[in-house]
Write a protein that binds this ligand. Sequence first.
Ligand SMILES: NC(=O)c1ccc[n+]([C@@H]2O[C@H](COP(=O)([O-])OP(=O)(O)OC[C@H]3O[C@@H](n4cnc5c(N)ncnc54)[C@H](OP(=O)(O)O)[C@@H]3O)[C@@H](O)[C@H]2O)c1
Length: 336
Amino acid sequence: MDYRTLGRTGTKVSPLCLGAMMFGAWGNEDHDESIRIIHRALDAGINFIDTADVYSRGESEEIVGKALAGARRDNVVLATKVHGTMGDDPNEFGNSRRWIRREVENSLRRLGTDWIDLYQIHRPEEDTDIDETLGVLTDLVREGKVRYIGSSTFPASQIVEAQWVAGRRGRERFVCEQPPYSILVRGIENDVLPTCRRHGMGVIPWSPLAGGWLTGREDPSKSRRAERIPSRYDMSLPGNQRKLETVRELAKVADEAGISMIELALAFVIRHPAVTAAIIGPRTMEQLESQLGAPDVQLSDDVLDRIDEIVPPGVNVNPADGGWDNPALRPEARRR
Ligand SMILES: NC(=O)c1ccc[n+]([C@@H]2O[C@H](COP(=O)([O-])OP(=O)(O)OC[C@H]3O[C@@H](n4cnc5c(N)ncnc54)[C@H](OP(=O)(O)O)[C@@H]3O)[C@@H](O)[C@H]2O)c1
């Protein structure tokens, strides 16, 4: 595996990061199988795991913790996130000092570890001053509970603001951003990717297969995830029809290049010069196996040009995808 440096930290990570969102009630409820998938990924050379407190309300972190118990923990760069709603109390949510202080302890306990390598803010939060958030994160780094801090799905303007506040106030800075990115969702090429490069930040995209659209499945609406988030796979919506037509065009490109759609999609993401690692999200062992070979796939200029003809740079095929929100992260009560 050809390891890459996470931003300017000097820490080396594999070009595939194992996302743990599908381990637990949101995806695979079999803990033993989920642990076998994690171990297989580590044995294949993946050394980077991403989870979040909110994934299956803590269950994903618990599964990752069980998988890393013992000697495996030291060699894994372990990332998790905070921000999503974890309870009915209005303060069990968000980016405040009060909540992060409490929730980091919950994550450490569930993960069965003394430290988190990359602690990410899952979404920006309009009611919380970024200086408050960076302040508590800085304390956690100084206490040794967290090694690095990052953001997720921040617009470019807020990425810059966070860097500016960190420099001005002497806070720790976000070393990496976790945005949505795939052949179908290229919006971040306009501003987030160049901004991260200018600030020496790593970039670890989520949903590189567009949440199951770029898998070669004939009918993406058969995705397991359609049960949980129907609007993303509802074919009566024009944006999803456009995605279906685009996927059919891309399937021809993959066929002619002699690679699978999954390899085309993952190689496209990890070959972008601003990208550090693509976060894959297998639910089963077969799905993991189908993705492990992607870092060895080279896409020719001709293939990249054909992709650009089908989905121009900077374009989200379905404009609604640019601001993908996870409903679990955004309680109705907080929408004003
Ligand atoms: N920061 C954020 O806001 C955010 C948001 C989303 C995800 N993430 C992170 O990114 C990771 C990856 O996201 P993602 O799960 O959306 O990634 P993805 O790779 O775009 O989609 C994964 C889905 O693709 C389908 N799939 C994969 N391999 C397949 C195969 N061989 N055949 C058929 N279908 C296949 C499965 O869908 P089915 O389950 O339907 O079979 C699987 O759940 C997550 O685990 C999480 O760590 C972060």
